[in-house]
Write a protein that binds this ligand. Structure first.
Ligand code: GLN
Length: 533
């Protein structure tokens, strides 16, 4: 097994996760089996309890782990199947160490960061290496070099490198080379200092990934190589991609990053054939058609809150040869206004997941607009609950219908907690999470979209459709078109007298890939195209 560690310096948000994922793409295309892992130095056990303002999207894995959104990049850019073990936080490490201490496993010793915490961190890499078959593990360390909470992870890597042999480890440092306008120059000093910080800990990066706005001219590369102690060919330029993040593997290949890494690790593999990938990028960059789709949510101002949804739209657009302009609409802006003023120009509407009552009435307004104007609608989790509430209120005449999440004593709790969730007191990892099967009702639009009758999709929610209302709603044209195999949980609904109104209790956005768009997103875009012709 070979090990690649990805660290970051100078500032956060340099796209370390994407860089790690894109390197994963290239190595896979060289025939290697790649395993991806992320270490997050914060103390939360997982990001599940964090606000999207803090953390962006929570990415849910098949086993129900609530993880960092970089794991979404890993799954989209590689064929890796990730689990709980692939995202490790300081919270988890300390939880384990403290539980061992309470059990008496440390036999009277003083429990310390070195060696006990660092041993636990190394153990998390070793276990992954043992349990999964692969050739290379790429482990990304969250945060920025110099963060106090990141130190144990860097120290663990220092020890690890000695244990497995330096010839089996590559450290790739992602850094910023800023352009200072007044001087008209690219500056290497921040990178020098962040590498000096790493060397203080005993880590010497082998490869520098330099984020920059301007081309890294030879002179700058030479300076970086000299001061940061890396060979010239290991100074890699990464400028912002022109159109789509999926260009990144191609950019890195042009810079021969994968050649450099494979040489360092003594991996003798053919070069990567990126024809299929390049074709996908081409379809994203130069589509023949285009359309506008609204995403009506609560966190539309944040780049990262609906990441997987935006990516799924890109995949579905490429499959339909269609560029997609996403109109991000703050749900609260639709409250008490004429929705046509905002939604008048869109070809379809998506309402994403969410928690808490802020903006819910705006989302319900968007559902009503899509239903009445016969616009394609895709509801995701809360988006299904909002569509259910809207239909109950405005078509079935159930005045005041709501979810008990938003109004505990609503006269018509069409969405409510089931008994098992009523007992739950702890917030962390206590929702219905991860992969669950859904049986699709034959003869429905859902069957046409999926082309099969049983699917498995990922969940993250507490509330469920209230079956007491199923019959009354179905009489009026609402259709439950997918349920859990025991038929107790409603997973998928559609409207009978509407060209394309589909909503699911699960999160299909976690299963879409560049060359394998999710059927619901692909179908939604196809319906938007059909209805705007
Ligand atoms: N708040 C809703 C629930 O808990 C929806 C959750 C979601 O959209 N992920 O059921």
């Amino acid at each position: 097994m070979k090990y690649i560690f990805v660290t970051g310096g100078v500032v956060s948000s340099l796209g370390k996760g994407l860089a790690a994922a894109a390197l994963g793409t290239l190595l896979e295309h060289r025939g290697l089996r790649v395993i991806m892992q992320k270490f997050d130095p914060y103390l939360n056990v997982d990001p599940g309890t964090m606000s999207p303002f803090q953390h962006g999207e929570v990415y849910v894995l098949s086993d129900g782990a609530e993880t960092d959104l970089d794991l979404g990049h890993y799954e989209r850019f590689t064929s890796c199947v990730l689990s709980r073990a692939n995202n490790v936080t300081s919270g988890q490490v300390y939880e384990t160490v403290l539980a061992k201490e309470r059990r008496g496993d440390y036999l009277g010793k003083t429990v310390q960061v070195i060696p006990h915490v660092t041993d636990e961190i190394k153990g998390r890499i070793q276990r992954l290496a043992k349990e999964e078959s692969g050739d290379v593990i790429i482990t990304e360390i969250g945060g920025t070099t110099g963060d106090i909470e990141g130190l144990p992870f860097l120290e663990a890597i220092r020890q690890f490198q000695l244990e497995v042999g330096p010839e089996n480890v590559v450290i790739m440092h992602v850094t910023l080379v800023p352009f200072i306008k007044a001087a008209g120059e690219l500056k290497t000093k921040p990178s020098q200092q962040s590498i000096a910080k790493l060397r203080e800990i005993g880590l010497q990066p082998h490869v520098l990934l330099c984020r920059t706005e301007k081309p890294l001219v030879l002179e700058v590369r030479q300076k970086l190589a000299l001061f940061c102690n890396v060979p010239l060919h290991a100074v890699v330029e990464v400028r912002d991609v022109d159109h789509t993040i999926y260009e990144l593997p191609l950019t890195l290949q042009d810079e021969k990053l994968d050649d450099t890494v494979c040489r360092l690790l003594r991996l003798d593999t053919p070069s990567a054939q990126m024809t299929e990938w390049r074709r996908f990028v081409q379809r994203v960059v130069t589509p023949r058609k285009s359309l506008k789709v609204a995403v009506v949510g609560k966190y539309v101002g944040l780049q990262d809150a609906y990441k997987s949804i935006y990516e799924s739209l890109t995949h579905a657009g490429a499959a339909n040869d269609c560029g997609i302009e996403i109109m991000r609409i703050d749900a609260e802006d639709l409250e008490g206004t004429e929705p046509g003023n905002t939604l008048g120009t869109v070809a379809g509407i998506i309402v994403p997941g969410g928690f808490g009552d802020r903006g819910v009435e705006g989302k319900i307004t968007a559902c009503k607009y899509a239903r009445e104007k016969r616009l394609p609608y895709l509801g995701l989790c809360l988006g299904m609950q909002a569509a259910t509430i809207e239909f109950a209120r405005n078509v079935c005449g159930l005045k005041g219908a709501n979810s008990t999440e938003f109004e505990e004593h609503t006269p018509h709790p069409v969405i409510c907690l089931l008994d098992d969730q009523k007992e739950v007191r702890m917030k962390g990892a206590s929702m219905r999470l991860g992969s669950w099967p859904t049986d699709i009702v034959p003869g429905t639009l859902a069957e046409k979209i999926y082309g099969k009758l049983q699917i498995i999709e990922r969940h993250r929610h507490r509330y469920e459709f209230n079956l007491k209302y199923k019959e009354a709603m179905e009489e009026k044209g609402f259709a439950v078109c997918g349920t859990s195999p025991n038929a107790r949980l409603v997973e998928l609904i559609e409207l009978r007298d509407h060209p394309w109104f589909v909503a699911c209790q699960y999160h299909p956005e976690f299963l879409s890939k560049p060359n394998a768009p999710h059927p619901l997103f692909r179908g939604f875009i196809a319906a938007c195209l059909a209805s705007s012709e």
